[in-house]
Structure formats: structure tokens, C-alpha cells
Design a protein around this ligand. Structure first.
Ligand code: ZN
Ligand code: ZN
Length: 732
């Protein structure tokens, strides 16, 4: 035990605790939120000061002294540190790694917060110099001196504008001792405000929702439960404008920015402000720049994906989570957080409202509304005069599909094209075919590193594994029996090929993660789709997210059956969400949309519920099922995953975890497993999992906290990769 004043810091290492250091010699005031360099093992690390404490558990002789602080002031404010602590506690994840996730890469590595740029400044000698004499002998130098006498210092950027050619005069003036070079803070000009274009007047439902939203101030969660095309965005935008008018900042989260250029454009036009974008494909310096502007308050409106939830805000006023049901809000590796859930926690801490929006709200959110914890605003009608699309099932047993497309679906495409409409053919499988089979011996091409089949990709004539990324050339003949191999089943490439052969005069546009990998290809494909120049679109769920295609009147779902028999308890919810979302692309303007779903299981009760009662009925039924089976959202789950090159190592680690859990206070929790993961081998590693289920959050966390510490310290932890996933959304 030491009584000395210590700094408690977070270091980016996979250990859950904070580390104690003695304050550096001669340091001024140290406050939480500042970064310091600390000796760690044999290296020096960037650390975040979380707390200044009186006394340490460690004896004085074991305390090391921290190095000098990197920052003059706190980089993160108390609310930002609160969010980091909350995420670390809730997800049982090492706090240093949470800090790292919350900071742009440059800051994580110890770079300066303020952007510095080079500037020239006048010296005392320069101020007193005889300018007239200089002007006779060196007129260019005199010009630069004059500019600096009018304003000093001037940044390089400012000099480029004021004295073109100043670089040539710089040395002469510096040699005379008239000027010096400085580093100054770069203060960016305010974001240009464009002219805001007013939207359509809100309809009765939108007005009602807005009135309700405006009637409440401070923290509160509101769900905008609006059918696709009902104008949820219009409602957000009014509230965004309200907050901006109050001088507050707005953080708007979207599932994927690359997929929502239309939303970005709409925000820009309607609000008249260039939203600052924050997403993972920004280069490091752009990300730092955006982060800085959010933090200093010079950017009023931030539009970002998952990780933007950590961005510091100087005067937060509103958080919006668009498409709150979307699985991409949950990070599936490292810090496995839900950006939606953290957004709600953060809004509560900041005492500001949060608006969730979806046409297919998650069952978690539906239940919270029912319990009265969230307010629900229903937008049941489509904006304008658009009608909801008509849903129709095609029984594949009565109308067999040739190359994936049944006669009724082809007839509907014909009709659509004749009426100058647009058809979207939806299939959640990219590639040419999901399977390569040998008709001679029945051999199926499998990945050598995963328990999974290889997908046939026509482009590049390859077999690719969608789980580990492995690829090999397409096998034309079976290595076992020499018969010619055949692709089996449908992927987007194959459907595209079939449609192109069927409709040779049409432009068929495919949109999936393969076709849009190259920069600019997504924008081009979307432009073809939005203008209606391409009348036939083929795509995966990428196409179902948020797009507005004015001419689209027909949606064809090639095969939805894989979702009907999912082993995951969320299977039904997911299937209904993706179908309703893609169906919602149809008939958003004048003409009514039509949705044709091909299925080999037309009698499955799921279809009756979806056809008669829509998503609300599916959700209702799924909630009753979850309650009966004690699954979330009625219970809480955490999944401990382990993987290793050997099967036994992964299981041994989880057996040990189970034993440790039972020795701890495991009252109120159920331990299920360990079992092998449904896909046991992935990228050459064997995977297993232990599921922890609890009726309440407290019991679950009371167990996980000490369990995490014990596992971290255990011998087995060094032989496996392991993680804790709180509120997992996938159980494999
Ligand atoms: Zn064979
Ligand atoms: Zn693989």
C-alpha cells in the first residue's frame, strides 16, 4: 500500500484494469482526459489519465513514474470518459482498448490534438526595418514584409492567397532576421451554409409525431415506427433543425454511409448545412479533422456510422439512430458494442433526447415501447399519395423456377418493363452459385479451412469462401472421379446473367459487395438505378437499405426459404425485417408497388402472418415465442467464445470458464454449454462457446465481472483466442 497521490491510467492492452503511476516530476495540473506517456514493461505507451487518486494498492517501491503529459488540457471531457467507462463495464472489455476504439488513430498514437500549420511571423527587427529602403533593393521581400506588418503571423495557406510567390522572398527576410517561422493552431473556417430548401408540409401523422417529440425535453427515447416511405426522415430533419436553431449539435447515426448518398444529399439540402461525415473508410487525417470539429463544436451536424457514437461533442442536443434494427450497429469483433444501445446510454447521461427510427423495429425496442420505457410514434401511411405494396407468394412447387426465376415472376417483370417501371430482383447470396457439385460422385467443393462450402464466382472463375476469404481456381472436373463439375443454386451473378439473356435490350445492374468494391462503382450503379436508366436491378440486402428509386414498382424475392429454418432464435425477426425493407423499395411514388416472394414452403405459418398482418404481426408472434422460451428481450445473454488451432484447447478453456462461473455466485444465471460453434472450424481454427443466460442484467454482470478477471489471469487464456459478447446478436 502506498499513500502517495497516483495517476490511474488506461493503457491499450488486453487487460481489464487501470494502472497506477506516480505523477511526472514538475508537471502542472493533471486532469482526467489528458494523455501521457508511461513506461509499460520495457516500452513506453500512450496512456489516458482516467483518475487522480490518493493512494494505491501497490507498495510505493513498485510504482513507476509517468512521463510528461502529451496534452496541455483534457482531450476527453467527463462525459466522454463516462461513456468509455460505461462501455468497458457493460461489455466487460479492457478499458484501454475502449479508449483506443474511441480515439482517432493519430491520437491513439500520441499525435497532437490541435492541428498545427506552419506560419510566418514578424520579428522585432522586422517591425523596425526601413521598408522604403528594402522596397528599392528587394521589392518582393518588401511586399512580404508589408503583408506581415498588416497581419502577423500568417499561415502558409493565407500567404498563398495574399502574396503569391512569397516562398522566394522568405529566405532573404529570414537571413536579415526580419521574420521567423512558427507552428500555429489551424483554425478551419466555419462549414459553409447553403440555402436550406423547405420540405413538403408534414402530413397529419408527421405533425402529431413532431408535436409529441417537441413536448418532451431532456432525456427520453422515442421510436418512430414508420412504414417504409412514411417520411421518418422528414420528422428527424425537423427535430434536427430545432436542435441546431437552439445552438446544439446533432449526432445522426446510420448503418452504412456508402449506401446512403441520398440521405446525405437530403440532409444537406434541407438543413442547409454540410453534415460532417464520420465513418471507418475515412483516411486517418480526415477522421481526426472531423473528430476535432465535433469536439470543438465547429461542426453542428455529424452523420456517422457505428463508431461515431464515441465522438466528443461540445454542446450535444440530439441523437438520431436511423434504421435502429440494423445489425451493423453491433460490432462483431474486439469491443463488441451496440452503437444503438450506447447512443441511448449516452443520451441519458447527457440528458438529451434520442430518436430511433425503423419500419421494422427490433424486438428489443418493440418490448421497451410496450413496457412504456420508450415512447412510440406510428407513421402508418406513406407520405404523399403512395400506397403500400401488394405482397404475393409464388409456390415453387406449383411454379417451378428455371434458373431461379418462376413463370409468374418473369411475367411480372415483363409487365413492369412494358409499363416503363423498374424491377428489383432480391437475393441474399452474392457470387454465381452457392455450391459446386460433382454429378458423378456427389462431391461438394468445400473450404479447406472452414466447415463451409465454397461459393462459385464467375468473375475471375474462382471458388471463394465467404467465411475466411480463401479462394482457389474453379475446378472444372472433379478431382475424385473426373466428371465435369456443376454450379448448383443461385447467386446474384447467375441471376444477373439469366436476366441479361432474357432481356437482351435491357441494362441489368447488379449491386452487391462484389460489384461495388471499387471506388465510385457504387455511386455509378446507384445513379443508373435512381434515374431509371437501368430497368432491372439485381442485388443483395445492400439494395434494401434506405434507397429511394422513384420508378421501382416490382420487387421479386428469388428465395427467402433459407431464413425460414434458421437455427438462430432471431431468424424469423431477421427474415421479416429484410423482406419488409426490400419490399418497401417498391411503389414509393405514383404507382402502387408489387412484391413477389418465391417459396417452396408456401404453407409455412410465417408467410400467413407476414401477408395478413405485416411486420407487426410477425413481431408480435416472435415476442410471444421468445417469452415462452425465455430468450431475449425477455432475458439477457452473454456468450463466451473461444477458438484455437486444436479443438480440445477451446473446449478446455470454456470448461474451465464454466467451473469458475459455478464457483462464483452463479445464482440467477443459466450456463448452456460449452458446445462447438454451429460452424465449428473457421479459418483453420476450432470454435466453441459457452452461453450465459439470465433473467436480469444485474445477475449477469455480477457474474461476468469477476469471471472476466479470473479468465484473464488463467493459464488457458494464453492458449486460445477468447472474447465475451454481451447481448450477442449472432449465436455462432
Ligand atoms: Zn466426382
Ligand atoms: Zn473458409
Amino acid at each position: 500500500m502506498s499513500r502517495a497521490r497516483v495517476l490511474r491510467v488506461a493503457v491499450n492492452v488486453p487487460l481489464a484494469r487501470l494502472f497506477d503511476y506516480l505523477p511526472p516530476d514538475g508537471a502542472g495540473t493533471l486532469v482526467p482526459g489528458m494523455r501521457l506517456r508511461v513506461p509499460f514493461g520495457r516500452r513506453r505507451q500512450v496512456a489516458m489519465l482516467m483518475d487522480v487518486a490518493e493512494g494505491s494498492e501497490l507498495p510505493a517501491e513498485r510504482l513507476r513514474r509517468a512521463g510528461a503529459p502529451i496534452d496541455e488540457d483534457a482531450v476527453l471531457g467527463p462525459d466522454d470518459l463516462w461513456l468509455i467507462r460505461f462501455a468497458s463495464d457493460y461489455y466487460h472489455h479492457p478499458i484501454g482498448e475502449v479508449v483506443a476504439a474511441a480515439l482517432p488513430a493519430a491520437l491513439r498514437q500520441g499525435g497532437p490534438v490541435a492541428a498545427r500549420v506552419t506560419a510566418l511571423a514578424l520579428t522585432a527587427a522586422g517591425r523596425d526595418a526601413d521598408a522604403a529602403r528594402l522596397a528599392r533593393r528587394a521589392p518582393r521581400q518588401a511586399e512580404l514584409l508589408d503583408a506581415l506588418r498588416a497581419h502577423s503571423p500568417l499561415t502558409e495557406h493565407a500567404l498563398d492567397g495574399a502574396v503569391p510567390g512569397w516562398r522566394r522572398s522568405r529566405k532573404g527576410l529570414a537571413d536579415k532576421g526580419f521574420i521567423e517561422t512558427l507552428e500555429v493552431a489551424d483554425t478551419p473556417p466555419p462549414l459553409a451554409a447553403a440555402h436550406a430548401v423547405p420540405g413538403p408540409p408534414p402530413n397529419a401523422e408527421q405533425r402529431q409525431a413532431l408535436e409529441d417529440l417537441r413536448a418532451h425535453s431532456g432525456f427520453g427515447v422515442s421510436l418512430l415506427d414508420g412504414v417504409t416511405g412514411s417520411g421518418k426522415t422528414e420528422v428527424y430533419l425537423h427535430r434536427v433543425a430545432d436542435a441546431l436553431a437552439d445552438g446544439r449539435q446533432v449526432l445522426m447515426l446510420v448503418p452504412e454511409i456508402g449506401l446512403t448518398p441520398q440521405l446525405v444529399r437530403r440532409v444537406r439540402e434541407r438543413i442547409g448545412i454540410e453534415p460532417l461525415l464520420l465513418h471507418s473508410s475515412l483516411p486517418d487525417n480526415a477522421r481526426l479533422h472531423a473528430w476535432r470539429r465535433a469536439r470543438d463544436g465547429s461542426a453542428p451536424l455529424l452523420l456517422g456510422t457505428r463508431s461515431a457514437v464515441f465522438t466528443p461533442l461540445s454542446r450535444p442536443g440530439l441523437i438520431v439512430v436511423d434504421e435502429e434494427h440494423d445489425a451493423s450497429y453491433k460490432q462483431q469483433e474486439g469491443l463488441r458494442y451496440s452503437a444503438r444501445d450506447l447512443a441511448i446510454a449516452r443520451a441519458k447521461q447527457l440528458d438529451i433526447p434520442v430518436i430511433l427510427g425503423s419500419a421494422t423495429p427490433s424486438l428489443e425496442t418493440v418490448l421497451r415501447c410496450r413496457q412504456g420505457a420508450y415512447r412510440r410514434h406510428v407513421l402508418a401511411a406513406r407520405a404523399g399519395n403512395a400506397l403500400p405494396p401488394l405482397l404475393r407468394l409464388v409456390d415453387l412447387n406449383r411454379h417451378p423456377a428455371a434458373d431461379g426465376l418462376s413463370a409468374p415472376l418473369l411475367a411480372a417483370i415483363d409487365r413492369t418493363l412494358k409499363a416503363q417501371g423498374q424491377a428489383l430482383i432480391f437475393l441474399n447470396r452474392r457470387g454465381f452459385a452457392p455450391t459446386l457439385i460433382c454429378p458423378g460422385c456427389g462431391k461438394i467443393a468445400e473450404c479447406s479451412r472452414c466447415d463451409a462450402r465454397m461459393t462459385v464466382h464467375a468473375a475471375g472463375k474462382q471458388l471463394r469462401c465467404h467465411h475466411c476469404g480463401a479462394s482457389r481456381p474453379l475446378e472444372r472436373v472433379c478431382p475424385d472421379c473426373g466428371s465435369a463439375c456443376r454450379p448448383l443454386g443461385q447467386g446474384t451473378e447467375r441471376i444477373e446473367e439469366t436476366l441479361a439473356a432474357h432481356y437482351p435490350s435491357q441494362t441489368v445492374t447488379r449491386i452487391d459487395s462484389d460489384s461495388t468494391r471499387l471506388k465510385g462503382t457504387m455511386d455509378r450503379a446507384l445513379a443508373l438505378a435512381t434515374s431509371g436508366e437501368s430497368q432491372i436491378l439485381v442485388g443483395t440486402q445492400m439494395l434494401s437499405k434506405g434507397h429511394h428509386f422513384p420508378n421501382l414498382t416490382l420487387v421479386g424475392v428469388v428465395n427467402a426459404d433459407q431464413g425460414l429454418f434458421s437455427t438462430d432464435f432471431r431468424g424469423g425477426e431477421r427474415l421479416a425485417q429484410s423482406l419488409v425493407q426490400v419490399a418497401g423499395r417498391a411503389g414509393r411514388e405514383r404507382r402502387q408497388g408489387e412484391v413477389i416472394i418465391q417459396t417452396a414452403f408456401a404453407a409455412h405459418p410465417f408467410w400467413q402472418r407476414l401477408m395478413s398482418g405485416g411486420y407487426a404481426d410477425v413481431a408480435e408472434f416472435a415476442l410471444a415465442e421468445r417469452e415462452a422460451a425465455a430468450w431475449p428481450p425477455y432475458t439477457r445473454l452473454a456468450l463466451i467464445r473461444a477458438s484455437a488451432a486444436e479443438r480440445t484447447a477451446a473446449h478446455r478453456f470454456l470448461d474451465d470458464a464454466r467451473r469458475k462461473a459455478l464457483q462464483l455466485d452463479a445464482a440467477g444465471v443459466r450456463l448452456l454449454g460449452p458446445v462447438s460453434a454451429p460452424m465449428e472450424r473457421r479459418a483453420g481454427r476450432y470454435r466453441a462457446q459457452l452461453l450465459i443466460q439470465s433473467g436480469g442484467r444485474q445477475a449477469l454482470h455480477a457474474l461476468l465481472r469477476p469471471l472476466r478477471m479470473q479468465l484473464e489471469a488463467s493459464h488457458g487464456a494464453r492458449q486460445v483466442r477468447w472474447s465475451i459478447d454481451v447481448d450477442p446478436i449472432e449465436l455462432f
